[in-house]
Design a protein around this ligand. Sequence first.
Ligand code: COI
Length: 328
Amino acid sequence: MMFMFYGMRPEEKEYVISWSQQNNVQVKTTAELLTADTVEQAQGADGIVALQTQAYPKEVFDKMSQMGIKSLSLRNVGTDNVDKEAAKANNIRISNVPAYSPNAIAEFAVSSMMQLLRQTRKVIQYVEDGELKEAVALVGKELSAQTIGVVGTGRIGKRVVDILQGMGAKVVAYDPAFHQPGIDYVDDLNDLLKQSDVLTLHLPGMPATEHLINEKNISLMKPSAYLVNAARGMIVETRALINALKERRLAGAALDTFENEDELGKAMAQGHDNQDSDYQTLKSMDNVILTPHIAYHTDIAVHNMVHQSLDSAYQFSQGQNPENEVKF
Ligand code: COI
């Protein structure tokens, strides 16, 4: 038995080896991403395991089917980059890792809020430029004195709420799908936008969440408010955000995800900066913190992503129904 493991990162290697030894199964690895050109490397595999923000297009599923490979196990949560129709048409079963570490992303989002509230990017820049007088003149805000609006209270959003409540912040949430006990909800997203000092997004990327924050409703936010997006770039209309920041209708933003993730992924793979012009505009703003989709990236998360995805691949190969199978 053999599984083909795409997009391997150096930090995953020890967990691939430990899973392979524990299960006595060969795992063939490549740093290359899964594309129509690289899929042939999986010839003879009993399943494919992959991690990437770039698309999994129809051609990949067509070729997998021709090669007799029946499953694709993602090492991450989001399935927004999967051509679901093509996977279905080719009878390729998909799994993800829905809870490798909700805490990793939640902690990152809260840390982003704190950096915005304390103007950390500006402070560091002033210190680097030797302008200490300017650095000490910046006045921060305390998280515990803020109203934080949490959009989406699934595993990650709920963890964000827990951390924030523990820190003494006032938390209000909006979730169109379900309500959890112990959280104050509003029924209308606009109400949340109006009252939040910080708005943090924790929804999946899908047609219903595309541009949920847009030109029309971003203007409801307080000019002193901050936006945090460690979920999916498509949830925020980037141009609306840039306009609001330029016109000082919003105080700042921390973005770990971008609308154009394909471009970011290519830039990272090729070792150069993201040339996307909106990204460059945001990068030039000292009230914006940009990070390249790393909120999930902790040692605990990496271990769970590798082991749980390989577990699912193994279960598929045995004709079983993995708990993490994604049904479209
Ligand atoms: C996810 O798990 O969906 C993420 O956003 C992580 C990323 C590596 C794709």
